[in-house]
Write a protein that binds this ligand. Structure first.
Ligand code: NPW
Ligand code: ADP
Ligand code: K
Length: 583
């Protein structure tokens, strides 16, 4: 299970492991550096394979957040290694013909560190003065042992290193590993084949300064592949904000637990392929030392969230078994939003869906989705919603299982009070999106708390702009710390919150959060959010709880968009309706 932590949480877990479990800090650093060296070798092997295939040198596409690459972009260590526990033939394929290293009958040298022609490689190890630098020094030792050329590039005078890192500095010196100090000797990056970035880790504060900034810029400018230790230097490990400058890594070897900054953009882009490597710190300690934030995977959905991801139906089920969604949505200029949501609810598997809409609109949508039931809300022939319609919506909700509102709703006189009545006077699960979120924002930054805790599920699905209105802050401010803002709002206001956009955050009132990785930028198209609202409502109608429906809804929405893009051949051509068809 991939837990996602803040730097403080990581420190607390580190401390507990060292002090309470008695696992020495030196062991953790040894494991960390060793893992980094293994990932460097792995990257070298991939480069050699690409070179053999088409002489391109370093492989393309590792860094791309393409549809296919996404699944590989965050991996638990060990998984996917083609070379563990596999027959020797597989090894040969990876080390290359004619390569004798590691082969002597059935005796194989340390498999993880075997590569063909290691002498062709020369890696520069950028070493900071903290423990991140210590990890880099351990990695250097292992790379030297594997036969690669290595040069240490210290950002500060080596004497500045302390504790475990100083121990590693001394070991490297005794082994005679060549070292230079930035500012004292010139560093020519054109002479190396790759760079390990062990400048700054979770102890980093603010934008990189002095030698750190200079080395980061030089590494990026070199065009050489960079493997970052723990996090790319220059990344805010808590938020995903990248400072100027920030390493643009090919691979980030994240140690022990995923850091928040790696799973949110732009940090996720700076990190490249992320490999989480175990170093002896028990992952299950994470939620005991801070908020529980997890990557949303099939395993988490089935396990922690107890969702039947197979969406099985009882053989004797009937439409009443799967619930009835009421959607209050759409207005004259935005009738399509309601249509998309209602159809998505049906595709998500609810038994029945009723779309309540301004009366003047109704004749125009008859037959567009024949499976839908329609309910007219009196509108004085305006095609718009009005405050008086709250009573009608509440009456309709009495015989339905879920109420969803917002898509295409528009704004109208007294709309915040209209929403407050729905909030307070129906005991049905409620999904609030789009303009309904803007109405809620007008109730003040504490709107949900003031309106009172609802007895049923309450799910808000803002995009970053709507989140900004709820929080009274700008969209860039929201984006700067998506996980933090979403988790805080959900906890303080007692709602389940879906903060949309790449790497959607699902936050619960109990302080947990899940980060979704399904979907792609093709979903940045009008109506995609309306589809999500419908999916979540459709899942609630089938009896899923708030957390389950929000998390599974977001996950399914992204997966469907992936399938739809494959069918279409190009994510850019995706329409929101295609997502519904791929559900
Ligand atoms: N048991 C453990 O703890 C384990 C830890 N592990 C590893 O340790 C890493 C955390 O190590 P850490 O806490 O020593 O901090 P780290 O990121 O190396 O940097 C701090 C140094 O950088 C400096 N500095 C800060 N900001 C700066 C800036 N903007 N620009 C320039 N300089 C800046 C700051 O100097 P100061 O400003 O305080 O003078 C300080 O000296 C973690 O990511 C993982 O890799 C693993 O080995 C597993 C076990
Ligand atoms: N780059 C992206 N990667 C993954 N999902 C995305 C991306 N861009 C948009 N989405 C998803 O598409 C949907 C867009 O919703 P929203 O902004 O409300 O659009 P609309 O209001 O037009 O329906 C959200 O679910 C969002 O998470
Ligand atoms: K680093």
């Amino acid at each position: 299970m991939l837990f996602i932590v803040t730097a403080d949480q990581m420190r607390a877990v580190d401390e507990y492991t060292i002090q309470q479990l008695g696992i020495p800090a030196a062991s953790l650093m040894e494991n960390a550096g060793r893992a980094i060296a293994e990932e460097v070798i792995k990257l070298c092997r991939e480069g050699q394979e690409d070179g053999r295939r088409d002489d391109r040198g370093w492989g393309e596409g590792d860094h791309a957040d393409s549809d296919e690459a996404r699944h590989r972009n965050i991996a638990e260590g060990g998984g996917g290694w083609p070379d563990r526990g596999q027959p020797k033939e597989a090894w040969r394929a990876h080390t290359g013909p004619g390569d004798r290293i590691g082969y002597g009958g059935d005796i194989i040298a340390d498999p993880a560190l075997v590569m063909a022609h290691p002498g062709d490689q020369h890696w520069y190890m950028l070493i900071g003065k903290g423990n991140n630098g210590g990890d880099g020094l351990v990695a250097a030792r292992h790379l030297v042992e594997a036969g690669l050329g290595v040069t240490l590039v210290y950002a500060d005078a080596p004497e500045a290193l302390r504790g475990e890192a100083a121990v590693q500095r001394d070991a490297a010196a005794k082994l005679g590993i060549p070292a230079v100090v930035h500012g004292r000797e010139a560093v020519d990056f054109s002479r190396c084949t790759g760079i390990v970035d062990a400048l700054l880790g979770t102890g980093s504060r603010g934008a990189p300064r002095g030698a750190y900034a200079a080395l980061i810029r030089a590494a990026n400018d070199s065009g050489k592949p960079v493997v970052s230790a723990d996090v790319p230097s220059g990344l805010d490990a808590d938020t995903g904000e990248v400072y100027e400058p920030c390493i643009e890594a090919r691979v980030t070897v994240c140690l022990a637990l995923l850091k928040r900054g790696l799973v949110q953009y732009p940090g996720a882009s700076a990190a490249g392929r992320i490999v989480v490597r175990a170093i002896g710190i028990p992952a299950r300690l994470a939620p005991e030392h801070g908020p529980s934030v997890r990557l949303l995977t099939d395993e988490v959905l089935r396990g922690a969230l107890r969702v039947d991801t197979g969406r099985r139906r009882a053989p004797d089920g009937h439409k009443g078994t799967y619930g009835h969604v009421l959607l209050a949505a759409g207005s004259m200029p935005m009738s399509g939003a309601g249509l998309l949501s209602a159809k998505a609810a049906l595709r998500a598997g609810c038994g029945l869906a009723t779309w309540a809409l301004p009366a003047a609109l109704l004749p125009h949508v008859i037959g567009t989705v024949p499976e839908l039931m329609l309910a007219a809300a009196a509108d004085g022939n305006s095609g718009e919603w009005n405050a008086a319609s709250a009573a009608a919506v509440l009456r309709l909700a009495e015989s339905r299982d879920v109420l969803a509102t917002g898509p295409g709703l528009g704004r109208f006189e007294g709309d915040t009070d209209w929403l407050r009545r729905l909030w307070q006077q129906t005991d049905r699960p409620l999904v609030i999106d789009a303009d309904a979120l803007n109405m809620l924002a007008d109730a003040g930054p504490d709107g949900p708390r003031i309106w009172g805790q609802r007895s049923a599920a309450t799910i808000l699905t803002p995009h970053p702009g709507e989140m900004g209105r709820l929080l009274r802050m700008s969209t860039p401010e929201v984006q700067r710390d998506r996980i933090g803002h979403a988790a805080r709002y959900a906890r303080e206001q007692g709602v389940t919150l879906v903060l949309k956009g790449a790497r959607t955050v699902i936050a619960t009132p109990s302080g947990e959060a899940y980060i979704n990785t399904t979907g792609h930028a093709g979903m940045a198209t009008g109506g995609a959010g309306d589809v999500l609202t419908g999916i979540i409502a459709g899942l609630l109608a089938q009896g899923l709880g708030a957390e389950q429906a929000a998390a599974f809804g977001v996950y399914l929405h992204g997966q469907a968009a992936e399938r739809a893009a494959l069918r279409r051949g190009d994510p850019s051509s995706l329409l929101a309706g295609d997502i519904i068809d791929a559900l």
